[in-house]
Write a protein that binds this ligand. Structure first.
Ligand code: PHE
Length: 343
């Protein structure tokens, strides 16, 4: 091959690259032409020996040849590397295909929402419908309609946030006012559960929040008896806490139920023997319940000679704490992902 004949080298190169069929052969060809001791280096290295007048033109043609080599090598490389797939981005696009992408972590429902859903599902399987009521209530629905006159001492137990400037409006202190709303608008028979937020001006500590959740339940029909209440609550509590737990109905007082009972379950930790979780009692208080007071039935316009019913109400945070062994109610509203991710 003529020592300095660029055109002849170019022809030779084009023939050789045409025949290349592997990345390895391509690399060898690249070294042959562009390597430190390659043909292009020889050509440019010989420039000082050329007559003065030929040097610039020769250098230019060598440069054009070099660009041609680079172009054909890049093309050949593109043809030899498998195409397609999500990572086939042109290197020149400025996208760093080695950089990790943004991972969108799927979220999940809050443990309180999960507990509410579980409770509502159990009752809806037993034929209860699910209803909600407003968090701002009237004094009448929250107290008076429920047989709690404003001067009644039991009203102290429901310390209440009253709305400034709005007469007779308050943040409901329990979900029981939805009994009044629902019974006023629906004729018996009816069976309803009501999940929702309630508010009480309690100082916050490991077992108190000024806002928490309750689920209310009530059923009205002809011939409803206390044994119906016991049966429904027993099925419910065994569904939530397991078949082995025992239930206990303890006489209590609520103005809107008569008779009234607080319901306990046997302590799931010590199985009733007594431990620090249940205060050595072997029992854990779970909810309030009773037969709807005849005055309440009368207040909503029901014939209390013909109809009877039962009602119950439970704190959701308390149920979730017992179910999952959580010892501080504040964890539910601190939005700490280390806590929330466990559910
Ligand atoms: N409303 C009562 C409370 O908040 C619970 C309850 C509801 C009791 C229905 C009896 C019947 O403590």
């Amino acid at each position: 091959m003529p020592g300095l004949d660029i055109e002849a080298y170019q022809k030779a190169f084009e023939g050789e690259i045409e025949a290349v069929d592997s990345l390895q052969a391509l690399e060898e060809l690249k070294v042959k032409y562009l390597g430190r001791k390659g043909i292009l280096a020889q050509l440019t290295g010989s420039i000082p020996q050329l007559p003065q007048g030929e040097r610039a033109g020769f250098g230019q043609r060598a440069n054009i040849f070099k660009n041609r080599i680079n172009l054909l090598i890049a093309e050949k490389q593109g043809a030899l590397i498998p195409q397609g797939g999500p990572y086939d981005l042109p290197a020149a696009s400025g996208v760093d295909i080695g950089m990790p992408g943004y991972v969108q972590e799927p979220g999940h429902l809050h443990p309180i929402t999960q507990t509410i859903d579980e409770i509502c599902l159990i009752f809806s399987r037993m034929g209860f419908s699910i209803v909600e009521g407003p968090e701002i209530e009237t004094e009448y629905n929250n107290f008076t309609g429920l047989n709690i006159p404003l001067d009644h001492p039991s009203r102290d137990a429901f310390d209440t946030f009253y709305l400034k400037g709005a007469q007779h409006l308050l943040l409901r202190s329990h979900t029981s006012p939805v009994q009044i709303r629902e019974m006023k608008s629906t004729k018996p028979p009816l069976a309803v559960v009501v999940p929702g937020r309630v508010y009480r001006p309690d100082a916050t500590d490991a077992s108190h929040l000024f806002m928490f959740h309750q689920v209310e339940g009530f059923l009205v029909d002809q011939g409803i008896r206390f044994s119906d209440l016991k049966g429904i609550l027993e099925v419910f509590l065994k569904n939530v806490f397991g078949r082995e737990i025992k239930t206990r109905f303890r006489p209590h007082f609520f103005p809107f139920t008569e008779p009234s009972a607080e319901v306990d379950i046997s302590c799931s930790i010590c199985k009733g023997a007594g431990c620090s979780s249940c205060g050595q009692k072997g029992w854990l208080e779970i909810l309030g319940s009773g037969m709807i007071h005849p005055n309440v039935l009368k207040n909503v316009g029901y014939d209390n000679k013909k109809y009877s019913g039962f009602a119950f109400g439970m704190g959701i945070e308390r149920i979730a704490m017992l179910k999952y062994g959580i010892n501080d109610i504040r964890l539910f509203c601190e939005n700490d992902l280390r806590f929330l991710r466990q559910f």
